[in-house]
Design a protein around this ligand. Structure first.
Ligand code: GRF
Length: 218
């Protein structure tokens, strides 16, 4: 089995990164995590990746004149490591279409909401303010439009009466750690194909791994 050489791009703590690294340890996992790359040299996730034995690199976006110069540096690092596939995991920079087009169909993102609801930031605060009863997370291919792109996997969680953004966020995050490795497995194994905005061949949405266990009906 050829395992796709995968880079994880982070800006912060890297809990999704941890989940991906752990999943990719399985011998039958179709992707190998060979690089963790950050735009911040002080991202806590970098130290964790190093401790897990994964190569790390930092490219500081602040030293570049513009977005594209920064991305050309990223691209060079990715090419040097012969990267086939990218997972964005809390990478807090927007990309130009130039970069995204290099990686079209080969770059996934995890978003803390059930897209297309709640694109952008502060998703848990907004979900609580709207009074929704179901919230969740989405793993999707990256396209030039922010928080859009073919959806590979989603998980739903209930919103409970006493929730704060923190408790709801923690419930969502635990599901991110389930669906992101699953989405990478599906995408890297070639089990799914993209047709327009749809990912076909993915697990049915009723697969119980994609619905968070809940004591409360929702
Ligand atoms: C997650 O909530 C993810 O959905 C969002 O950024 C956060 C990253 O968290 N894109 P972590 O660094 O993976 O812990």
């Amino acid at each position: 089995m050829t395992r796709l050489r995968t880079a994880i791009l982070i800006s912060g703590r890297g809990s999704n990164m941890d989940a991906l690294i752990a999943a990719a340890r399985a011998p039958d996992f179709p992707a190998e995590i060979v690089l963790v790359l950050s735009n911040r040299a002080d991202a806590p996730g970098l130290a964790k990746a190093k401790a897990a034995g994964v190569a790390v690199a930092a490219v500081d976006h602040k030293i570049y004149a513009g977005r594209e110069e920064f991305e050309r540096s990223l691209q060079l690092v990715l090419e040097t490591h012969r990267i086939d596939f990218i997972c964005l995991a809390g990478f807090m920079r927007l990309f130009t279409p130039w970069f995204i087009n290099q990686w079209r169909g080969r770059m996934l993102n995890i978003h803390p909401a059930l897209l297309p609801s709640y694109r952008g930031l502060h998703t848990h605060e907004r979900a609580l303010a709207d009074g929704v009863k179901i919230h969740g997370c989405t793993a999707h291919f990256v396209v030039p439009e922010m928080d859009e792109g073919p959806i590979v996997a989603q998980a739903a969680v209930p919103v409970l009466d006493g929730d704060t953004p923190e408790t709801l966020g923690a419930r969502v995050l635990s599901q991110e750690h389930v669906i992101y490795p699953l989405a990478l497995r599906l995408a890297a194994s070639g089990a799914v194909r993209i047709e327009g905005n749809r990912v076909l061949g993915a697990l049915p949405a009723c697969d119980d791994r994609l619905i968070a266990p809940s004591a409360t009906p929702f």
